[in-house]
Design a protein around this ligand. Structure first.
Ligand code: FAD
Ligand code: NAP
Length: 320
């Protein structure tokens, strides 16, 4: 028989946004259930040093911070489910969602905090060589390139942090960026430029990841100069694509209003989506700030918006 879990407040996602919503929701008596998804703890679990989350004078570790947030949420009464939602029915309340093993979740209100996932360049060679030298997570895979040559593609905070992190393993790190200036924070740029083992290739895009051997593995990257159009190839053992993230909103397409880039649309100054009783927080609705602290902040807003909605709604809870 299919299991069904019912709650006042259903939360999708266990990054800073979802867990903060759960902490506030539990304290407000909404007995939240958190469906954690494929990445319990969210994006911060694939990074190391976190230096800008308020409250900690010393550098803390991303995975540790998320363990603490989950422990806090559970301590105040939130329930964690190790499942991912694959189907949603938002046409009536309680909202009905289905997990990938068929488990049914219902919630009088729904808080969506499904965040974002790594974006790829979309090259055929990238697809072929993923896991064979091409990666999107230096903290996950950097260790495999101890003493080898690596490149990082991108010019934002993630790319710069990945390049700096990779120097723990490699003495030869190259950052490849499509323009002649980075968008990463100044403090990170300063660290990057000062590092003796990192060089930067400006105005270059990746034309092709080059594989060789049996089994095939990455041996180089073919680059195109954006100013001259000239092609060149550099040798490398590992390539880390760090060109940003896409919001995890596919399952909501056709159910909730999305913006032109696929982010969940919310009313300005609130977390209310296009369906009353459904709230969105964190990176899934924020393409501007995308920080752990802003995700946590909007998670708090979503729980408060949800609480108000339930208090005002002329709504009788269905029996479980
Ligand atoms: P996420 O952290 O993306 O979490 C999304 C959650 O949704 C996950 O638990 C996932 O499993 C779940 N989920 C997805 N789909 C489903 C589904 N279908 N069903 C159920 N659950 C689902 N920010 C900082 O402030 N400081 C930093 O130092 C910093 N470093 C970073 C380093 C890296 C490498 C990266 C990638 C990001 C970094 N960020 C940093 C940004 C920060 O991690 C994000 O802004 C923040 O994690 C967003 O939180 P979120 O809760 O919105 O989403
Ligand atoms: P981002 O800020 O969106 O940067 C993406 C980078 O990739 C940009 O430099 C972009 O180039 C480049 N890019 C995009 N598409 C490309 C393509 N097809 N080919 C080549 N290059 C491409 O993404 P992010 O660095 O992942 O950061 C996401 C958010 O998380 C940001 O808000 C960031 O502040 C936050 N974050 C914070 C920290 C921190 O606080 N320490 C760490 C990591 C991430 P252009 O510059 O030319 O557009």
């Amino acid at each position: 028989m299919t299991a069904t879990h019912s709650t006042r407040m259903l939360v999708l996602g266990s990054g800073p946004a979802g867990l903060t919503a759960a902490i506030y929701g539990a304290r407000a008596g909404m007995a939240p259930i958190v469906v954690q998804g494929m990445q319990p703890g969210g994006q911060l679990t694939i990074t190391t040093d976190v230096e800008n989350y308020p409250g900690f004078k010393d550098v803390i570790q991303g995975p540790w911070l998320m363990e603490q947030m989950q422990a806090q949420a559970e301590h105040v009464g939130a329930r964690m489910m190790y499942d991912s939602i694959v189907e949603v029915d938002l046409s009536q309340r309680p909202f009905r969602l289905i997990g990938d093993g068929g488990t049914v979740y219902t919630g009088d209100v729904l808080v969506i905090a499904t965040g974002a996932s790594a974006r790829w360049l979309g090259l055929e060679s990238e697809n072929l060589l993923q896991g064979k030298g091409v990666s999107a997570c230096a903290t996950c895979d950097g260790f495999f390139y101890r003493g080898k040559k690596v490149v990082v593609i991108g010019g934002g905070n993630t790319a710069v942090e990945e390049a700096l992190y990779l120097t723990n393993h490699s003495q030869d790190v190259t950052l490849i960026h499509r323009r002649d200036s980075l968008r990463a924070e100044k403090i990170l740029q300063e660290r990057l430029f000062a590092h003796p083992n990192i060089k930067v290739l400006w105005n270059k895009t990746v034309e092709r990841f080059v594989g060789d051997g049996d089994p095939e593995g990455l041996v180089g990257v073919e680059l195109r100069d954006t100013e001259t159009g000239a092609l060149s190839t550099i040798d490398t053992d590992g390539a880390f694509v760090a060109i940003g993230h896409s919001p995890a909103t596919e399952i909501f397409r056709g159910h909730l209003r999305l913006d032109s880039e696929g982010y969940l649309d919310v009313e300005t100054g609130s977390t209310r989506t296009s369906v009353p009783g459904v709230f969105a927080c964190g990176d899934v609705m924020d393409k501007v700030y995308r920080q752990a602290v802003t995700a946590a902040g909007t998670g708090c807003m979503a729980a408060l918006d949800a609480e108000r909605f339930l208090a005002e709604a002329d709504f009788v809870m269905e029996p479980a």
